[in-house]
Design a protein around this ligand. Structure first.
Ligand code: ZN
Ligand code: ZN
Length: 115
């Protein structure tokens, strides 16, 4: 069990200038997620691999602008979000817990560093 089990995202904002996603949470936290880091973390079978086979991301050195431009977010049930990327990719389900654990704000970074 993590301390984030109860927090759920309530709204999101696409910060096109800084190419990052801002998520507002039910516990009033605002999390920050750089688009590129988010895209590299795509957990879908095609990107991350499946059944011991390497995924597409493990063979790439870099990603294109289309692949790392976030255009929308879709809610998946009550547990996750699927980013919709400009290249049309939208099969990765990022759980709320995982998103929250990868928040890049100063507060969360510090918390992780001292753990
Ligand atoms: Zn993917
Ligand atoms: Zn944070």
């Amino acid at each position: 069990m993590s301390q984030y089990d109860e927090a759920v995202p309530t709204s999101f904002l696409l910060d096109e200038e800084d190419r990052r996603l801002l998520l507002s949470w039910s516990d009033e936290h605002e999390s920050i997620h750089g688009w590129e880091a988010l895209r590299w973390a795509c957990p879908c079978a095609w990107c991350a691999g499946e059944g011991g086979l390497p995924g597409m991301l493990s063979k790439k050195q870099s990603l294109s602008v289309e692949e790392t431009t976030l255009v929308n977010l879709e809610v998946v049930g009550r547990y996750g979000l699927t980013p919709v990327w400009e290249d049309g990719h939208k099969t990765g389900i990022y759980t709320f817990e995982k998103l929250r654990a990868s928040c890049e704000c100063d507060e969360c970074r510090k918390k992780r560093a001292t753990r």
